[in-house]
Design a protein around this ligand. Structure first.
Ligand SMILES: [Zn+2]
Length: 128
Protein backbone atom coordinates (compact mmCIF):
# COMPACT_ATOMS: atom_id res chain seq x y z
CA UNK A 1 0.00 0.00 0.00
CA UNK A 2 1.54 3.29 -1.06
CA UNK A 3 -0.03 6.51 0.19
CA UNK A 4 2.82 8.79 -0.92
CA UNK A 5 1.70 11.16 -3.66
CA UNK A 6 4.56 12.94 -5.43
CA UNK A 7 3.99 16.53 -6.53
CA UNK A 8 4.55 15.57 -10.16
CA UNK A 9 1.74 13.02 -9.97
CA UNK A 10 -0.61 15.60 -8.39
CA UNK A 11 0.21 17.99 -11.22
CA UNK A 12 -0.44 15.31 -13.85
CA UNK A 13 -3.86 14.49 -12.36
CA UNK A 14 -4.76 18.19 -12.08
CA UNK A 15 -3.74 18.93 -15.66
CA UNK A 16 -5.61 15.93 -17.04
CA UNK A 17 -8.75 17.28 -15.36
CA UNK A 18 -8.20 20.80 -16.71
CA UNK A 19 -8.41 22.13 -13.15
CA UNK A 20 -12.01 20.95 -12.69
CA UNK A 21 -13.48 18.41 -10.28
CA UNK A 22 -13.98 15.22 -12.26
CA UNK A 23 -17.23 14.44 -10.42
CA UNK A 24 -19.14 17.75 -10.31
CA UNK A 25 -17.07 19.73 -12.88
CA UNK A 26 -16.55 22.66 -10.48
CA UNK A 27 -13.45 24.64 -11.39
CA UNK A 28 -10.68 24.88 -8.81
CA UNK A 29 -10.32 28.51 -9.82
CA UNK A 30 -13.62 29.41 -8.14
CA UNK A 31 -13.34 27.16 -5.10
CA UNK A 32 -12.72 28.49 -1.62
CA UNK A 33 -10.94 25.27 -0.62
CA UNK A 34 -8.40 23.94 -3.17
CA UNK A 35 -9.32 20.77 -5.04
CA UNK A 36 -7.73 17.50 -3.89
CA UNK A 37 -6.49 14.23 -5.30
CA UNK A 38 -9.02 11.42 -4.83
CA UNK A 39 -8.29 7.70 -4.83
CA UNK A 40 -11.13 6.49 -7.09
CA UNK A 41 -10.92 3.05 -5.47
CA UNK A 42 -9.90 3.92 -1.95
CA UNK A 43 -6.76 2.45 -0.45
CA UNK A 44 -9.03 0.70 2.06
CA UNK A 45 -10.56 -1.26 -0.86
CA UNK A 46 -7.22 -2.06 -2.48
CA UNK A 47 -6.86 1.00 -4.72
CA UNK A 48 -3.35 2.07 -5.59
CA UNK A 49 -1.69 5.47 -5.80
CA UNK A 50 -1.30 5.26 -9.55
CA UNK A 51 -2.52 7.59 -12.33
CA UNK A 52 -5.28 5.18 -13.35
CA UNK A 53 -6.76 5.33 -9.84
CA UNK A 54 -6.45 9.04 -9.11
CA UNK A 55 -8.94 11.77 -9.87
CA UNK A 56 -9.06 15.51 -9.29
CA UNK A 57 -11.90 16.27 -6.90
CA UNK A 58 -13.28 19.32 -5.15
CA UNK A 59 -13.35 19.27 -1.36
CA UNK A 60 -17.12 18.66 -1.28
CA UNK A 61 -16.98 15.64 -3.59
CA UNK A 62 -13.88 14.15 -1.99
CA UNK A 63 -15.21 14.70 1.52
CA UNK A 64 -18.61 13.18 0.71
CA UNK A 65 -17.07 10.25 -1.16
CA UNK A 66 -14.59 9.34 1.56
CA UNK A 67 -13.60 5.71 1.08
CA UNK A 68 -16.91 4.77 -0.56
CA UNK A 69 -16.84 2.90 -3.85
CA UNK A 70 -20.58 2.50 -4.37
CA UNK A 71 -23.97 2.39 -2.71
CA UNK A 72 -27.21 0.46 -2.51
CA UNK A 73 -29.95 1.84 -4.72
CA UNK A 74 -33.56 1.29 -3.75
CA UNK A 75 -36.00 -0.29 -4.36
CA UNK A 76 -33.91 -3.14 -5.80
CA UNK A 77 -31.26 -2.95 -3.07
CA UNK A 78 -28.68 -3.43 -5.80
CA UNK A 79 -25.08 -2.43 -5.15
CA UNK A 80 -23.99 0.12 -7.75
CA UNK A 81 -20.43 1.35 -8.04
CA UNK A 82 -19.58 5.03 -8.24
CA UNK A 83 -18.59 6.91 -11.37
CA UNK A 84 -14.96 6.27 -12.31
CA UNK A 85 -13.43 9.28 -14.07
CA UNK A 86 -10.64 7.12 -15.51
CA UNK A 87 -12.98 4.57 -17.10
CA UNK A 88 -16.34 6.31 -17.57
CA UNK A 89 -17.39 9.30 -19.66
CA UNK A 90 -19.13 12.00 -17.58
CA UNK A 91 -21.74 12.74 -20.25
CA UNK A 92 -22.76 9.07 -20.36
CA UNK A 93 -23.82 9.21 -16.71
CA UNK A 94 -24.78 12.82 -15.99
CA UNK A 95 -26.11 15.99 -17.46
CA UNK A 96 -26.15 19.42 -15.89
CA UNK A 97 -28.87 22.02 -16.25
CA UNK A 98 -29.05 25.23 -14.25
CA UNK A 99 -26.47 23.88 -11.82
CA UNK A 100 -28.41 20.67 -11.09
CA UNK A 101 -26.66 17.40 -12.00
CA UNK A 102 -29.11 14.81 -13.35
CA UNK A 103 -28.21 11.13 -13.39
CA UNK A 104 -28.55 9.32 -16.72
CA UNK A 105 -27.60 5.86 -15.40
CA UNK A 106 -27.55 3.85 -12.18
CA UNK A 107 -23.88 4.76 -11.80
CA UNK A 108 -24.94 8.39 -12.13
CA UNK A 109 -27.70 7.91 -9.52
CA UNK A 110 -25.29 6.26 -7.08
CA UNK A 111 -22.74 9.02 -7.53
CA UNK A 112 -25.24 11.88 -7.21
CA UNK A 113 -26.48 10.27 -3.98
CA UNK A 114 -23.16 9.45 -2.30
CA UNK A 115 -21.34 12.62 -3.33
CA UNK A 116 -24.39 14.74 -2.47
CA UNK A 117 -23.94 16.50 -5.81
CA UNK A 118 -27.23 18.37 -5.62
CA UNK A 119 -26.94 19.83 -2.15
CA UNK A 120 -28.63 23.22 -2.44
CA UNK A 121 -25.46 25.09 -1.49
CA UNK A 122 -23.52 23.28 -4.19
CA UNK A 123 -26.16 24.07 -6.82
CA UNK A 124 -26.03 27.74 -5.83
CA UNK A 125 -22.22 27.66 -6.03
CA UNK A 126 -22.41 26.23 -9.57
CA UNK A 127 -24.75 28.88 -10.92
CA UNK A 128 -23.12 31.91 -9.33
ZN1 LIG B 1 -16.79 18.08 -7.10
Amino acid sequence: MNRYLPGSLKKTVMQKANGCCEYCLQSNEFSFIPHQIDHIISIKHGGQTTPDNLAYACFSCNNAKGSDIGTILLPDKTFIRLFNPREDVWQDHFEMENGVIYAKSDIGKATVKVLNLNDINRIIERVT
